[in-house]
Design a protein around this ligand. Structure first.
Ligand code: G1P
Length: 265
């Protein structure tokens, strides 16, 4: 059973500057809760009981958000809905741990920062820039992991001009979606397919060995895609064409559209 998850939150949010300068985008609202709570709900719904949040010193407000606040709780004691939302944060707080990424050395490095806390063979990794609405995609990945006992990543077909924004996979076998190549943000010419990695991964903890040796890649950062590509030569990796609707919360326009979509309900 997969019981632990990592959510990297230490990124600088440069695509959404200046709005992210003082206030982390993961705490921006999406529906009646933050983007981060949407992702945490998906996580806990799968049976995960411990989530490691990787933050930076600049993002301490994320830690504050989950801190119990007795003064506020007293203030809203006669407003059941508000009190419930605060109590819900306390409940979440009992299941999360924080680790710090001291330097912005990339997604791969952020994941490596959580290494010491991961106990079981496989763990879930969720990127809060990617919201998948309507169906719990983490559950879909877990089902494939159960069947194959392998690492699994969420994938989605994108248009050609968008391959440069994502990690792109190539297939050994396009029927069972066994992956044989991963390239971070390739040019159209060097792209192994049009299938992009979307931010849900189940990884064997052996990924930490590859991350530990990984040199800087695209954007001068330690890329998890490069480490997974190295791992591919030794272990099976499968893609999961998830069923829910992908909402991109990693750009301003994407965020605005996601907000509208969630509020349609
Ligand atoms: C990250 C990953 C990339 C993946 C993307 C999904 O990129 O490095 O492989 O396709 O998330 O959103 P980033 O959005 O951090 O540039």
């Amino acid at each position: 059973m997969i019981k632990q998850a990592i959510i990297p939150l230490a990124g600088l949010g440069t695509r959404m500057l200046p709005l992210t300068k003082a206030f982390p985008k993961e705490l921006w609202p999406l529906g009646n809760k933050s983007i981060l709570e949407n992702v945490l709900d998906e996580c806990f719904d799968t049976g995960i009981n411990e989530v490691i949040l990787v933050i930076s010193k600049k993002k301490k407000s994320i830690k504050d958000y989950f801190k119990k606040d007795t003064i506020l709780e007293k203030k809203v004691k006669n407003k059941p809905e508000l009190l419930k939302s605060l109590k819900n944060l306390n409940k979440i707080s009992s299941k999360i741990k924080f680790v710090y990424q001291d330097k912005p050395k990339g997604l791969g490095h952020a994941v490596l920062c959580a290494k010491k806390l991961i106990k079981s063979k496989h763990f879930l990794l969720l990127l809060p820039d990617d919201i998948i609405n309507g169906k719990n995609s983490s559950k879909e990945l877990i089902a494939i992991n159960k069947k194959t006992n392998s690492s699994v990543i969420a994938i989605r077909k994108v248009i050609k001009k968008d391959v440069k924004r994502y990690g792109i996979v190539g297939f050994d076998n396009s029927k069972n979606l066994k992956i044989n190549k991963m390239v971070e943000k390739p040019s159209v010419k060097n792209s192994p397919s049009q299938f992009a990695i979307i931010g849900r991964y189940i990884l064997n903890k052996s990924i930490f060995n590859y991350l530990g040796k990984q040199k800087s890649g695209k954007l001068g950062e330690i890329q998890i895609t490069d480490a997974m590509n190295a791992m591919l030569f030794h272990e099976n990796f499968y893609g999961c064409k998830f069923k829910g609707k992908y909402l991109d919360c990693g750009t301003i326009n994407g965020y605005i559209n996601s907000f509208k979509e969630i509020n349609k309900k």
